[in-house]
Every structure is written in C-alpha cells, then in structure tokens.
Design a protein around this ligand. Structure first.
Ligand code: PGA
Length: 256
C-alpha cells in the first residue's frame, strides 16, 4: 500500500503566497514510488494551483466541500465544481465538526458527494479530550466511521481514506499534546477492527488510515512505523517547506 503525506494548509497563505510556496515545494520534491504527497490549500487557491502543479510529484486536495452537487447553497463549493482540480477532499476535519458545528449527516453527504464525483474523501475522525478522559474513544471512533461511511457502496469503499486525528493532539487546540505511538496504535486497532467487522478483511487491508495531530519531522518516523498507519495528515508543519520536506524524506525511507 502507498504511504500518504497530506499537508493541510488550513486558512493560510494568499493565492500569491501559496503559488510561491508550491513552486518551492515542486523544486524540492522528487516523485517516489509508493509515496503519494498531496497539499490542501484554501478553496480559492485550488484553481490557479491546479494549473501550476506537477501531478507526478504531488496532488491537490480540497479542505472541505458541499454535500450537494449544485443548487441554491450560497457560499458553498460543490465537489463537482472541483473536478479536474483535486484528487482528494478532506471531510469532517475536527475544525469543521466543532468550530463550524457540522453534523454527522452533513459529513456523510460530503463523503458520498466526493465518491460520486470520483474524488477520494479523506474522512477525519477522532475523539476530544473529554471523550478520551471518559473512556469513550472506541465508541466515538466507531460511531464516526459508521456514520461517515454509511452512504458509500461496498465497491466505493475502496476509494476512501480515513484520517485518525485525536482532537487533543491537534497543534492549534488549547493545551494540545502530541499523541504517543501507543495511543495511536490503540485507536488504529479500533478502526481496523471496525472495518473488518463491518466490511470484511479485504476492505480492512486496502483502506489507508492516516494519522494527524502535531506531526513534525522528529515524530514522523515513529508515527509512520505504527502498524496499520499508512500516512500522515499534517497541519502546522506543512506550512514550513523545510519541515514538510523532511517529513516527506522520512516517509520515502519508510515506504521503500
Ligand atoms: P497539526 O494539524 O499538524 O497542526 O496538529 C493537523 C490537522 O489539523 O489536520
């Protein structure tokens, strides 16, 4: 299976700055077999960057999309409008769930919209600090998975990626701390068990599961060698070329 390194730029960079940064990344990154690098810039930068990108080196991801394909939804961007620009779309990021109060129903519709439009959803799941404290991690992960994937047909499940992002480990969250490899291994086990139970061994083995939350060049190697982890979703460190590049180099070594 491929290793995925996905940079989530969140609401950073003007279109001009994004283009300059992409130029820098394209000069540094060499295509590598078994490694897929992607960046998720703001929606407004997707179209210009899609003309600049070298898809052999990296691909584009959207950070969010609407669950409908068109219609009277002021301010929204349909994933159908991003076809041809992006290969991936992050769905259900904790900032969407908790800052913008996205519901399970909306997240499920977004996942289905991506699949319908041949764009790979990266479905983010993860427990909050208090859910973890109250021992609810297993239930939360299973609920978010079963709800998020509910409208995806069996054949289309192979087009989905899961990202485990414990909310308490996301660098911008107050009081955040990096997860230990044991924490992560435990949750990955819960996720893989659920996939096996619900969809069988083949899907469990084929579905990439990424980890995200305070990933940086010093912990990336340890995170990437956790059994069942197939890549990283990176926020803060993806905004700094040296750090993102270091993580890609580490991933190349692990993937080869
Ligand atoms: P972080 O963000 O790497 O800055 O913790 C990860 C994310 O929110 O996807």
């Amino acid at each position: 299976m491929k290793t995925y390194i996905v940079g989530n730029w969140k609401m950073n960079f003007t279109v001009g700055d994004a283009s300059v940064y992409l130029h820098k990344l394209l000069k540094r990154i060499k295509p590598a077999r078994n490694l897929q690098v992607a960046i998720a810039p703001s929606t407004i930068a997707l179209q210009p960057l899609s003309l600049q990108i070298d898809r052999k080196k990296l691909k584009l991801a959207a950070q969010n999309c609407c669950g409908k394909d068109y219609g009277a939804y002021t301010g929204e961007t349909a994933i159908s409008q991003l076809r041809g620009m992006v290969d991936y779309c992050i769905v259900g990021h904790s900032e969407r769930r908790y800052v913008f109060n996205e519901t399970d129903q909306q997240i499920r519709e977004k996942v289905a919209a991506c699949v319908r439009n041949n764009i790979t959803p990266i479905l983010c799941i993860g427990e909050t600090e208090s859910e973890r404290t109250f021992g609810e991690t297993r239930d939360v992960l299973r609920d978010q998975l079963s709800s998020g994937l509910k409208d995806v047909s069996r054949e289309d499940l192979e087009k989905c990626i899961i990202a485990y992002e414990p909310v308490w480990a996301i660098s911008s969250v107050k009081g955040a701390r990096p997860a230990t490899p044991d924490d992560i291994a435990n949750s990955i086990k819960i996720i893989r068990e659920f996939l096996r139970e619900m969809y069988g061994k083949t899907i469990e083995e084929k579905m990439p599961v990424l980890f995200g939350g305070s990933v940086n060049p010093s912990n990336a190697g340890a995170y990437l060698t956790i059994p069942g982890v197939n890549g990283l979703l990176i926020g803060g460190a993806s905004l700094i070329a040296d750090q993102f590049d270091d993580i890609i180099e580490t991933a190349k070594k692990v993937a080869s």
